[in-house]
Ligand binder design. Structure first.
Ligand SMILES: [Zn+2]
Length: 192
């Protein structure tokens, strides 16, 4: 799809995202189905889904692990090499989820995503795998410098995730967006 400046941008993006709906839902379900409860994490399972997606679009990416299988993944969208002074925007979604608990009070297996009444259910659907899937659709859309990170260990402090990337891996950005949810968001009660 090509952006025509005579179009309304909101309308254009809305149309683009509606066209991406099936893929966003598929990606969200694939991510939910990876069991990345933290502890122990095993974010590598979700990072593989993201890596396959980046590969299919020929988006260059890197994996970073401070600890084995506690994987962070960053895709580099857009060519900063062509415009070194252009600002970089980092968007980070975490790949780990809060443990579902031993005596599951779930109607179904929380690691097999299901759809009902236009919603996706399963562990991590609203925190943070749904957001990651949406940002993956945005990655395809954007042409500027955009770093899309799937980070490890957010649910237990980020020492193996975002802190590690920024402090030890040389990841730098001018702006950042963290599309995570907070406790006061009502929908989380229904969808997490
Ligand atoms: Zn979160």
């Amino acid at each position: 799809m090509k952006y025509d400046t005579s179009n309304n941008l909101r309308e254009f993006i809305g149309k683009y995202l509606r066209g991406e709906e099936k893929e966003i839902v598929d990606l969200a379900c694939k991510l939910i189905n990876t069991k990345t409860e933290n502890p122990p994490g095993n974010e590598i399972l979700a990072a593989r889904v993201v890596a396959d997606f980046f590969q299919s679009l020929q988006i260059p990416y890197e994996l970073f692990e401070k600890t084995k299988d506690r994987t962070n993944i960053i895709g580099y969208i857009g060519g900063r090499d062509k415009q070194p002074s252009a600002p970089a925007l980092l968007v980070a979604c975490h790949l780990d989820v809060v443990p579902a608990g031993d005596d599951w009070n779930w109607e179904r297996n929380p690691f097999e995503a299901w759809r009902e009444d236009g919603r996706i259910y399963g562990r991590g659907s609203s925190d943070n795998k749904g957001q990651m899937a949406s940002m993956m659709a945005v990655a395809r859309f954007l042409k500027g410098q955009f770093l899309l990170a799937g980070v490890a260990d957010e649910e237990r402090g980020s020492a193996l995730g975002l802190e590690y990337l920024l402090n030890e891996c040389g990841i730098k950005a001018d702006y950042a967006i963290i599309p995570d949810v907070a406790h006061n968001i009502y929908q989380i009660k229904h969808t997490q």
